[in-house]
Design a protein around this ligand. Structure first.
Ligand SMILES: [Ca+2]
Ligand SMILES: [Ca+2]
Length: 310
């Protein structure tokens, strides 16, 4: 390949000279530009260690004579670990190492290699404040909130519902409570306008009650559920709200425990007070903030605010 280039290049120069001579006919002779040469390439990357889905830029420099063009091609030895763009932008794809080669376009025999190490992505969110509104998928999500529409807990989402019985254990069992999401539409009589937008929607945590045999109207999931939210271990101020905006639904005994600390105990709503909220400070040591309704009956969770406590 390099032999081929050596023969080919003088031919290119000869062609260029021919066309220059044609133009020279009525112009003074220009000073010939000596060809640039590349004698070496260096390459750096800061940082050279990244996590999956993170990026870093490989910077290459060509040294030589007559100010060679700083143009390169980039290639990864393992695209499954790290890819590289034509501009040298490297993206971590999976754990491992990949050699990124930068080759001068002026002299393709000159190149440099840098090893990029890719580490596992940080799977624990650097939690600042989490505000979750429990609602149907169709309902409008209040400003500043993330919607939870009853989706089961997954490792990827790091949030969601599990069975009440397994909540807080090392291996909680995911539970889909999408059927138990409610949106109370204002009808002027049973549901009146002007309330807290977060409280017009809810997830019914305990449609089925082992003690009363209570069941929700279909569609419903009658297996009691609890909410898990993956966090960095530490102290949190957690605000929860329970209740139902529909005045016909006063048959609950709402109970909420946050990481085992009781926040709301057997709150029975009335026409004068359909909702109750409370804030508790809890310490999470198992990597997941757990919100359950153990001790309650047909508890309906409106929203939760999770704020790191200093
Ligand atoms: Ca809500
Ligand atoms: Ca927990």
């Amino acid at each position: 390949m390099s032999t081929f280039s050596m023969f080919r290049r003088p031919a290119t120069i000869a062609l260029a000279l021919t066309s220059s001579i044609a133009i020279m006919a009525c112009n003074p002779a220009p000073t010939p530009q000596p060809a640039a040469t590349v004698t070496g390439v260096t390459v750096t990357a800061t940082p050279a260690t990244i996590k999956v889905n993170e990026t870093t830029t490989v910077k290459a420099v060509a040294t030589g004579t007559n100010s060679p063009a700083q143009t390169f091609t980039f290639k990864s030895s393992n695209d499954a670990v790290a890819t590289v763009t034509a501009a040298g932008l490297v993206t971590g794809k999976s754990v491992g190492t990949a050699d990124i080669t930068a080759t001068s376009t002026v002299n393709t025999t000159k190149f440099a290699v840098i090893t990029i190490k890719v580490e596992a992505a940080d799977t624990t969110p650097g939690l600042t404040t989490a505000k979750v509104n429990f609602q149907t998928a169709a309902a409008t999500t209040p400003v500043g909130y993330t919607a939870n529409t009853g989706a089961a807990y997954t490792a990827a989402s790091m949030t969601g519902w599990v069975t009440e019985a397994s909540a807080g254990t090392a291996t909680p069992v995911p539970l889909d409570l999408t059927n138990n999401a409610r949106n109370r539409v204002v009808d002027g009589t049973n549901v009146v306008a002007g309330g807290d937008a977060r409280q017009y929607t809810q997830i019914q945590m305990q449609c089925g009650s082992p003690t009363t045999g209570n069941t929700c109207n279909a569609p419903a999931t009658n297996d009691p559920g609890a909410f898990e939210y993956k966090v960095v271990n530490g102290k949190y101020n957690v605000t929860v709200s329970v209740g139902d905006a529909d005045k016909r639904n006063l048959n609950s005994s709402h109970t909420i425990n946050v990481e085992g600390t009781n926040a709301i105990s057997k709150f029975v709503p009335t026409l004068a007070g359909q909702f109750k909220s409370a804030t508790v400070m809890v310490t999470v040591a198992d990597g997941k903030l757990t919100i359950d309704a153990k001790g309650g009956q047909n508890t309906k969770l409106n929203y939760v605010d999770i704020v790191p406590a200093n």
